[in-house]
Design a protein around this ligand. Structure first.
Ligand code: SF4
Ligand code: SF4
Length: 303
């Protein structure tokens, strides 16, 4: 089984439009939306939620007011300053509590409960283009890397069970922990960028990350005609690193129009962009064939 991850660093590069179109083109695959803070791929793929699961990774403390003597020991021991004396009693700020359990250990009145809390939800949806694994992380939750790893694991399980040959991953934004969780061990990473200084900056940081993990990689320059000088500079820079520029796609208002109509670009229209995306798909397939994780005797074709 192969895992193809599409990332972009910053938002607004058109990554989700390209992922949606690749999802529409691929045959034997599971799609994963790893943007757990603001997932939107399901809107393009016309999803129908089949399973909802709680995402639980930690416990949080709370004070039983009937037992508490307001001695203040718990606040003294809490190194996260999550326990405050307010309006004549000790209270725990659930957002600040890191769930270490120290307060419970030292409370002389056994007044502190320590229970699992839901940090978000993850879903398995049916879509017009196969199963989709996606999630919604709770507000102010910081476990996005762990949730991304969970989504990838669930997608692999579905792929194994159904003998699908590909897991197609819409990666999270940025370059931090969730991105690392989404690309580690992947067969191929496709970076979608655009000719702007901030995107170029993110691209360089992503390429350093990819080089560190030694993953097969390609770059798509979307909206390439909005700054031809910078596009040329990006191309030279990427190629100097020994990385392939898989395609350049001109600015295409149809990408936004298709999104507004909740469709992938491939389904919405046939134009120069969709022909480029089809070419991207074929190029990546050929690249993945030569990647170490490729099974030569794979049962199903992804194209
Ligand atoms: S240590 Fe226990 S008894 Fe003391 S203030 Fe905290 S919860 Fe209340
Ligand atoms: S569990 Fe840890 S972080 Fe949370 S309130 Fe108790 S001591 Fe503070």
């Amino acid at each position: 089984m192969r895992e193809l991850v599409i990332i972009s660093g910053k938002g607004g590069t058109g990554k989700t439009s390209i992922v949606g179109s690749l999802a529409a083109l691929g045959k034997s695959k599971v799609v994963v939306d790893c943007d757990v803070d603001a997932s939107d791929l399901h809107l393009l793929l016309n999803n129908n939620v089949r399973e909802i699961h709680d995402f639980i990774v930690s416990c949080k403390a709370s004070i039983n007011r009937q037992r508490c003597s307001d001695c203040g020991l718990c606040a003294d021991y809490c190194r996260f300053d999550a326990i405050k004396y307010e309006q004549g009693e000790y209270r725990i700020d659930q957002f600040a509590c890191e769930g270490c359990g120290v307060c419970r250990y030292f409370c002389p009145e056994y007044a502190i409960a320590y229970e699992p809390v839901k940090s978000g939800e993850w879903f398995i949806s049916h879509t017009d283009h196969g199963p989709l694994v996606h999630a919604r992380l709770g507000i102010a939750e910081s476990n996005s890397g762990r949730l991304v790893s969970l989504l990838r694991q669930k997608a692999r399980e579905i792929a194994d069970k159904n003998e699908y040959d590909l897991v197609l991953i819409d990666g999270p934004p940025g370059i931090g922990c969730p991105v690392i969780a989404s690309i580690t061990g992947a067969s191929y990473v496709l970076i979608v960028t655009e000719p702007s200084q901030s995107a170029f900056h993110d691209l360089n940081r992503l390429l350093e990350l990819i080089e560190h993990f030694k993953i097969n990689c390609g770059v798509v320059i979307n909206k390439s005609d909005i700054n031809l000088t910078l596009t040329d500079h990006i191309k030279k820079d990427v190629q100097a690193r020994g990385i392939r520029v898989v395609a350049e796609i001109s600015f295409d208002p149809m990408m936004t129009e298709a999104q507004i109509n909740s469709q992938t670009l491939i389904e919405y229209t046939v134009n120069d962009s969709t022909r480029k995306i089809e070419q991207i798909w074929k190029t990546i397939y050929n690249e993945m064939q030569s990647s170490p994780g490729f099974q030569q005797n794979s049962k199903k074709e992804i194209l």
